[in-house]
Design a protein around this ligand. Structure first.
Ligand code: PMP
Length: 453
């Protein structure tokens, strides 16, 4: 009785006080209040169990309840509860060294609390770097349409999803957008995805030329667009963009907020592309597997050295009270230790192809236009008609989502690109999901497509 009353009161307070992210204010929508987590699953206050097929917001990479991570946080808090990064502290120093090592180059890391902040930090570093190194006119950033880079005004200005921005525009000046490598709807009259992607890269090259390379500070990209519809380019596209940036003295900012720490079957997504070593790498989410907030901006040491040369009066004027919190850094170190010890990257490579690979068969369904995948990241593009490729609408998509939910599986849908183009289902389970969990996920998704009344 007591438990039941507590539950009712929680649901009432939820509907009265809590402003949910992405809430669409639907009347009579039953609230879902998470209560407990176990591995890749969570249990709501009604006791119903769900597998989390999108790892929360693509972050719960090692699943719930890892005692080692919990201990790392509490032990750190006992030792040193807080220290600003105007000083150093052990966990931040060790983590910065580890990140440099994992990135396969020599990097300096500035810590923040989230992916959005990590990107803001990257933009400010890039502008100041050019400003102090003989190129004060280089201030523009280019990102791709459909990309998501965060929620704060600078990161939102790099986010090129019209629906997410229109009520908050104008954004920060100097952010431009170019088409994504979206070969499924290629405008180049070719059926060859790689050729289409390379032509898209040529457009970026032209854009920088016509804008005036001396005005462009950086290109920000995810190696594989996640939230904007799981767009997986040819590897040669990533290499080509890297060359274009070098040619124009434009910094390449790789947003690894989703793709970092194993999601795509490499420690970082850019590592799929031989010869690519970004100037700046931003990360969050999988850095702590969502256990505590942390964002990081790793910058090639040679860029940092230029700041050092410019002297203290030209230091990077950026500070974050909680960025690089000792407990968050301790959690990140433990998280990375587990990823390495359990061979998570290799596991993602293997099981992303084998067990999850069965979802590629969904292409046989009349409303599936394309199944895109890398590692534990799947996008299922739904269409009304495979010939016209007209994006599927709610009446085709909602029953699939609903059927999954009824069976106890939560999957995602890219939400706010432009009206009518939220037609990609997103599947990104925790990287440590058991094989049985993954089989359940695959069977549930396939049944939701093929076994509906
Ligand atoms: N970049 C990418 C690619 C993301 O997906 C996100 C979050 N979904 C962000 C940046 C922003 O991260 P945060 O929500 O931690 O600010």
């Amino acid at each position: 009785m007591k438990v039941e009353m507590e539950k009712v009161s929680l649901l009432e307070k939820d509907s009265q006080y809590l402003w949910h992210a992405m809430h669409r204010y639907k009347e009579n929508q039953p609230g879902m209040v998470a209560d407990k987590g176990e591995g890749a699953w969570f249990i709501d206050v009604d006791g119903k169990k769900y597998m989390d097929g999108v790892s929360g917001l693509w972050c719960l990479n090692l699943g719930h309840g890892r005692q080692e991570i919990i201990n790392a946080a509490s032990e750190q808090m006992k030792e040193l509860s807080y220290s600003p990064l105007t000083f150093g502290h052990g966990p931040a120093i060790e983590l910065a060294a580890k990140i440099s090592d994992l990135l396969g180059g020599s990097y300096r890391t500035f810590f923040a609390n989230s992916g959005s902040e990590a990107n803001e930090c990257a933009f400010k570093i890039a502008r100041q770097y050019h400003n102090q190194n003989g190129n004060p006119g280089k201030y523009k950033f280019i990102s791709r349409y459909r990309a998501y880079h965060g929620t704060t005004l600078g990161a939102l200005s790099a986010t090129a999803q019209a629906n997410r921005r229109m009520k908050y525009d104008p954004g920060v000046p100097g952010f431009l957008h170019t088409p994504p490598p979206y070969s499924y709807r290629s405008i180049f009259g070719t059926d060859d995805p790689e050729q289409s992607d390379l032509m898209t890269a040529e457009m970026l090259d032209q854009m920088i030329t016509w804008e005036g390379a001396e005005t462009v500070a950086g290109v920000i990209m995810e190696p594989f667009i996640s939230g904007g519809g799981v767009i997986i380019p040819s590897i040669s596209y990533i290499q080509k963009v890297t060359e274009i940036c070098k040619k124009h003295d434009v910094l390449l900012i790789m947003d690894e907020v989703v793709s970092g720490f194993g999601r795509t079957g490499k420690m970082f997504g850019f590592m799929h592309a031989d010869g690519v070593q970004p100037d700046i790498v931003t990360m969050a989410k999988g850095l702590t597997s969502g256990y505590l907030p942390l964002g990081a901006t790793a910058v090639k040491s040679e860029i940092y050295e230029k700041f050092k040369e410019a002297g203290d009066h030209n230091h990077f004027r950026h500070v974050s009270t909680y960025g690089g919190h000792p407990a968050s850094c301790a959690v990140a170190l433990k998280n990375i230790e587990i990823i390495e010890r359990e061979g998570i990257v290799e596991r993602v490579n293997k099981l992303g192809e084998t067990i999850l690979g069965e979802m590629k068969g969904l292409i046989e369904h009349e409303n599936v236009g394309e199944v895109r995948n890398i590692g534990f990241l799947y996008g299922i593009e739904m269409v009304e008609n495979k010939t016209t490729k007209k994006p599927a609408a709610d009446h085709l998509i909602n029953p699939v989502l609903q059927a999954c939910k009824e069976k106890g599986l939560i999957i995602g849908r890219n939400g706010d690109t432009v009206p009518g183009y939220n037609n990609v289902l997103i599947i990104a389970p925790p990287l440590s999901s058991t094989e049985d969990d993954l089989k359940f996920l695959v069977n549930t998704v396939i049944d939701a497509f093929f076994k509906q009344k």
